[in-house]
Design a protein around this ligand. Structure first.
Ligand code: 6CS
Length: 321
C-alpha cells in the first residue's frame, strides 16, 4: 500500500436494527465485503443494541456520527410520513417474484423515495424486502372480530396504528427492545413480523399462533449521511452504489426460501406453535378495511402522498405484467 492510498483509507461506521445472521446483518456484511474487496476502506458494522434502538442509530446518522444506517420505514414513518406507504394493507402482493421485480424497477422506490430522504439529510441507497408479514397472537385470529380487545404491538409510525385499528385490534406502538418482554408479561397480546424474525427473536415462544394474513411485506431501507456521501470522490460514490447493488442482489437470494426454512425450524423447536393460513374469504374481511387506511395515508401526506401512491400502484401493475 502506498502512503497516498493509506491516507485515503477510511473506516466507515454502519449500524442496523437486527442480530447476527439476520437479513439486515447479511446485507451489511455483503456491503462491507464489497467495499473492502474493492477499496482500501473498512466498514465497521454495529448490530441491534450496540448503539441503541432504531431511532438512536438514525439520529447518530443524521448527526454524522455514523456514515451508514439501515432503518425500516416502520420507524422512519415518523420522520418521513410518506415512508408509511408500506403499511397500507394489501397494497403489496405476496408473490415473491413480483415483489422482487417491484423493488428492482419501481420509480417510486428508486426515484421518488431518494428525494424524500434527501430532505432529511439522508442519501437513500436501497430499499429492500425482508419477508412477508405474519401476525403472532396469543389466540388464533381468523376475523377482525377475533382481534377485539387485543393489544397488538406495532412499529412506531401512526399509519400502522390505523391499520390495526381497521383490523379491529388495539394498536400499541413499541420500539423493538420492549416487544418480547411485553408479550411474555401479556402487556400486549400480539405483534407482526416476518417469519425469520419470529424465529430469530424467539417470538413464537411467547406468541404461538402464527396468522398468515397476506397483508404486507416487511420492507427496510439502507442509507448514508448525505453530507458524508456528497463529500465522497466520484470513485467512492460509485463504489458505494456498486456495493449497495451487490448487497441487494445477495439479499434477494438470501430471502428466497428463508421464510419456509424459518417456519420449519420453529416447528421443529416447538409443539405449541399453531399456523393459521387465512382462506380467501377470511382475507376478504380484512382487505375490505384497507381503503380507510389508504385515506388516512393521504390525509397524513397530502398531494405528495397521493402522487406517490399513484406511482407505487402503477409500478406494481408493471411488476405484475
Ligand atoms: O419489529 C421490529 O421492530 C424489527 N423487525 C425486523 C424484522 N427487523 C428490525 C425491526 O426492529
Amino acid at each position: 500500500m502506498t502512503t497516498a492510498s493509506l491516507a485515503m483509507a477510511d473506516t466507515w461506521r454502519y449500524a442496523h436494527e437486527e442480530y447476527e445472521g439476520d437479513v439486515q446483518d447479511v446485507f451489511a456484511y455483503d456491503f462491507k465485503e464489497y467495499i473492502e474487496d474493492n477499496s482500501d476502506h473498512t466498514v465497521q458494522v454495529y448490530r441491534f443494541g450496540e448503539l441503541g434502538e432504531s431511532d438512536d442509530i438514525m439520529e447518530q446518522t443524521q448527526n454524522g456520527i455514523l456514515q451508514f444506517v439501515n432503518q425500516s420505514p416502520g420507524f422512519t414513518g415518523s420522520l418521513i410520513p410518506e415512508a408509511q406507504i408500506f403499511f397500507i394493507p394489501y397494497l403489496l402482493p405476496t408473490d415473491f417474484d413480483t415483489v422482487v421485480q417491484f423493488f428492482r424497477d419501481s420509480e417510486a422506490i428508486n426515484d421518488d423515495f431518494p428525494e424524500l430522504y434527501a430532505e432529511q439529510g439522508l442519501e437513500l441507497l436501497k430499499m429492500y424486502p425482508e419477508g412477508e408479514m405474519v401476525v403472532t397472537v396469543d389466540e388464533p385470529v381468523t376475523s377482525p372480530a377475533d382481534f377485539d380487545g387485543k393489544k397488538i404491538r406495532t412499529m412506531t409510525n401512526p399509519l400502522l396504528s390505523e391499520t390495526y385499528e381497521a383490523f379491529g385490534a388495539t394498536p400499541t406502538p413499541l420500539p423493538w427492545g420492549e416487544v418480547y418482554g411485553a408479550l411474555q408479561t401479556n402487556m400486549i397480546q400480539g405483534q407482526e413480523n416476518p417469519i425469520f424474525w419470529i424465529e430469530s427473536g424467539g417470538l413464537y415462544e411467547v406468541s404461538p399462533n402464527l396468522i398468515f394474513t397476506k397483508h404486507g411485506w416487511f420492507t427496510t431501507a439502507m442509507m448514508a449521511n448525505q453530507d458524508f456521501y456528497d463529500d465522497l470522490s466520484d470513485e467512492d460514490k460509485q463504489l458505494v452504489q456498486d456495493a449497495s447493488n451487490y448487497a441487494f442482489n445477495q439479499i434477494i437470494e438470501h430471502i428466497d426460501g428463508l421464510a419456509e426454512q424459518s417456519l420449519q425450524n420453529i416447528q421443529a423447536d416447538s409443539d405449541e406453535v399453531n399456523v393459521v393460513r387465512l382462506s380467501d374469504a377470511q382475507i376478504a374481511a380484512f382487505k375490505e378495511r384497507a381503503p380507510q387506511v389508504e385515506e388516512a395515508f393521504i390525509e397524513m401526506t397530502g398531494a405528495g402522498g397521493r402522487d406517490l401512491l399513484e406511482q407505487f400502484q402503477q409500478d406494481l401493475e408493471e411488476a405484475q405484467m
